[in-house]
Ligand binder design. Structure first.
Ligand SMILES: *Cc1c(COP(=O)(O)O)cnc(C)c1O
Length: 375
């Protein structure tokens, strides 16, 4: 069996260090925030080329609080993409603002920068580009549009730890950058965690208050805040893992190159790495017309795959009241029908990678057979 992700393989490889980090937190009895979280905030912000890091309980909270810190609320509109994990849109919704969608570019799967300006209204306050699958959106045009219109840019970098755009780090280009450390992400906690990074001290200060009940000092609540604090165990474990992140990312990139070589040779639509990007391959998604058949056939050979994501957010029942219709974002809708995510994690072996390539190649051959007979 080849798993889609194998968290056990990673844990096994660093078990003694992770266990020691957790034991140290237990011994300290400093369970929430504290020195481990503070140290991780500094280390991860530095890794992102950002000045401040504010640790929170999830990536969703990172997005939610980043929007609140930027002053987004009821009556405002926030532009984002429908081809993302639902959390991007829910975070906007939590603030009372209205999510406004623009389509994706069908090659990169990230925000179509040519569609943004037409979506701007007098109510628009912010743009939330999503660095989907580990590839940064085309940030320069987005930042230029934001500057022209006085909009805040909040990067959803939840899938893009360590990704680059023209040499700049994911999360460091917008006003605020948001990360998730959900276990399956490129940098994953042993539970839930997230972080906002920013160069602005005023945003960092507001974020620190908002995550801890809006308190300026103990029991002096100056803002209506939340209990979104990061747990100390997560900070301690993430510090251990951050030291490996570059090596894990290089392993992902090497596997992606191996997939590329093997799959392109048999005509499979592989992911496109944009000239501006260092792609960190949180997800390695191919495209196929007969996705269900392919997924079933791979599953029958013991190969797990995923779909990220089967329904664009504008067509999810939860957001029906936004009033969007089928056909409004054709590139997002087509991608949602065709993408198929192959196993991808640092511990996937080259031979397992080759096994997946062979299985996909067999499907291509099978698909092309009737056509050849007909010809
Ligand atoms: C994972 C993810 C989130 C949410 O992060 P959680 O830590 O699960 O709350 C938000 N946006 C994107 C694009 C994600 O992949």
């Amino acid at each position: 069996m080849i798993a889609f992700v194998d968290l056990k393989a990673q844990y096994t490889s660093i078990r003694s260090e992770v266990d020691a980090a957790i034991q140290a937190v237990l011994a300290s009895c400093q369970f929430t925030l504290g020195s481990e979280v503070a140290a991780f905030e500094q280390e991860f912000a530095a890794y992102c080329d950002s000045t401040h890091g504010v640790g929170v309980n999830t990536g969703t909270s990172a997005l939610h609080l980043a929007l609140l810190a930027a002053g987004i609320g009821p009556g405002d509109e926030v532009i984002t993409v429908p081809f993302t994990f639902v959390a991007t849109v829910s975070a906007i919704d939590y603030t009372g603002a209205r999510p406004v969608f623009v389509d994706i570019d069908p090659i990169s799967y990230t925000m179509d920068v040519h569609a943004v300006e037409a979506a701007i209204t007098p109510h628009t306050r912010a743009i939330v580009p999503v660095h989907l699958y580990g590839q940064v959106a085309d940030m320069d045009p987005i930042l230029a549009i934001a500057r022209r219109h006085g909009l805040i840019v909040i990067e959803d970098a939840c899938q893009a730890h360590g990704a680059h755009y023209k040499g700049r780090r994911a999360g460091s280009m917008g006003d605020l950058g948001c990360f998730s450390f959900y276990p399956g992400k490129n940098l994953g906690a042993c539970g839930e965690a997230g972080m906002v990074v920013t160069d602005r001290p005023d945003y960092a200060r507001t974020l620190r208050m908002l995550r801890d009940w809006g308190a300026e000092t103990k029991y002096h609540h100056v803002l209506r805040g939340y209990n979104f604090r990061m747990e100390a165990i997560q900070g301690a474990v993430l510090r251990v893992k951050l030291r490996r992140l570059e090596a894990w990312t290089e392993a992902r990139r090497a596997l992606a190159a191996r997939y590329d070589d093997g799959l392109r040779a048999c005509g499979v639509a592989t992911p496109r790495v944009m000239a501006y990007a260092r792609h960190v391959f949180h997800i390695y998604a191919i495209r196929c017309a007969e996705r269900q058949q392919w997924q079933d056939a791979l599953s029958a050979r013991g190969i797990q795959t995923g779909i990220h994501y089967p329904t664009p957010v504008h067509l999810l029942p939860a957001f029906a009241d936004l009033g969007y219709q089928v056909g409004q974002f054709p590139h997002a809708e087509q991608a949602a029908r065709e993408v198929l995510s192959l196993p991808m994690y640092a511990e996937l072996s080259p031979s397992q990678c080759d096994e997946v390539i062979d299985a996909v190649a067999a499907l291509v051959l099978q698909d092309s057979r009737p056509a050849r007979l007909a010809a």
